[in-house]
Write a protein that binds this ligand. Sequence first.
Ligand SMILES: [Zn+2]
Length: 329
Amino acid sequence: MMFRKFRILAVVILLIVSNSHASDNAGHVVKQTIRLDDISLHYEFADAQSVAKQPAFTKTIHAGIQHYRKLFGGYPRDLQGKTYTEITVRIRQGKHSSGEADPQLLLLTWSDSKLFGLHSWQTLLLHEIFHLWSAESFRYHDGREHWFNEGFSEFYTFKAATELGFISAHDALTIASMPLGFYSSSERLGRLSMREAASNNKAKFDNYFLVYHGGWVAAMVLDHDIRSRTANQHSLDDVMRMLYQHYPRHKTLYRSEDLVVVLKTTSGLDYKEFFKRYIDGIERIPVAEHFDLGKALWDFEFNPAKRHQHEYLYRALGITSVNNNFMGK
Ligand SMILES: [Zn+2]
């Protein structure tokens, strides 16, 4: 919030950049305002390395916002429930990558190495941009829903990155095995439910992979299941759109029980038992009963004629028929 008072009122046209310098406690902050379509990005760069990468940040943020706007059916909303298109973006280079989001605010610390060998700064940004909707426009009632809040953000981050071409189709399949691996080997799986695992902020990080990657696996399985059982008429996208449209955070906060209702309303399918066993309960999600990632990768690489067998998994991971000939035609 304290940065707001430094915000400059700059009138710039597309891709014409205005710079100004202001001091803060940490040193010099370089400010730039970029207007794109109807979005304005108000950058605050902490170092010259970050300033130099501005076009790359802008490309990722612009692509991410437009992608999610289409998914949710509108721009993100502020605490009063009003949509906005002005976003402050604070960026610095650091040893490790990390990010954060608040209404109208994105924070990124970037480095050239990947977080967990998984997240580039691009996917971290896509994760934080997703939170402008899920977490900030509609919001969990309490920390127990972080399996959804964080896990589904991860799922949609990598799906978006694949659809936008930041990640190739076969990398998307390989990456999908990572949440499965970290979830399956998390020490407290079978003793602690995903909901209990994030009941407070300390627990959320103590049980990081059970929460983030367990939720990510739940998203993959649910999206795949809805697509399979409705012949691709419905998907998790419908759930996200309904949450955005019907659960504005200033009016109501969602709980897992609401997610079961929204799943039923949007797809016609009943996931009460799924939640009881794998989300509220301590049972392990039986992924192999739903899909075979290795086979889906093998056929993607070597058996174009068999790709159609994995159509719903490919779609769930953002591998589209437009840029990948997965129907074998
Ligand atoms: Zn997050």
